[in-house]
Design a protein around this ligand. Structure first.
Ligand SMILES: Nc1ncnc2c1ncn2[C@@H]1O[C@H](COP(=O)(O)OP(=O)(O)OP(=O)(O)O)[C@@H](O)[C@H]1O
Length: 125
């Protein structure tokens, strides 16, 4: 824990370092994150190959970021729940299922965006 009374550039830079370490841990430990990494690489490659436009890139980047955010929060909530309630508990089940639903919603959104962006491009080939 740090003293938050005064602004410190060093502390801000350290916060970024912690956040990047969290991202690294997410990819290293969470199997779903590796699937997201593959999907992100595939979508970026498809965007470059199919020369999608600026508005399409905006949608693709937003949808991809949404999935990564949801996965990061879901993983953190899972770990926190395991810490607070290691035994089977109906509330723990609810919390984990709803957190997982956030990833599902984000993933469905990303699939819809990918269909809207890429299907017309593929049809035009
Ligand atoms: N302590 C618990 N109490 C009640 N149900 C739980 C508990 N832990 C897990 N569950 C149930 O099992 C499901 C899977 O939980 P788990 O923590 O294994 O996540 P997961 O979806 O397998 O995530 P990942 O594959 O990323 O590890 C939860 O969505 C929930 O329904």
């Amino acid at each position: 824990m740090q003293n938050h009374s005064s602004f410190s550039l060093k502390a801000r830079i350290q916060s970024f370092a912690f956040a990047f370490a969290g991202l690294f841990q997410l990819v290293r430990k969470e199997h779903n994150a590796r699937i997201h990494l593959l999907a992100t690489a595939a979508v970026l490659a498809a965007g470059l190959l199919l020369h999608i436009g600026r508005a399409d890139w905006l949608a693709v980047v937003m949808a991809t970021g949404l999935v990564w955010c949801a996965e990061a929060f879901n993983s953190a909530i899972e770990k926190l729940t395991d810490q607070v309630s290691p035994e089977w508990n109906v509330q723990a089940k609810y919390i984990k299922d709803v957190a997982a639903a956030a990833v599902l919603i984000a993933a469905i959104t990303a699939v819809v965006v990918a269909c809207l962006v890429f299907i017309p491009r593929l049809q035009a080939l």
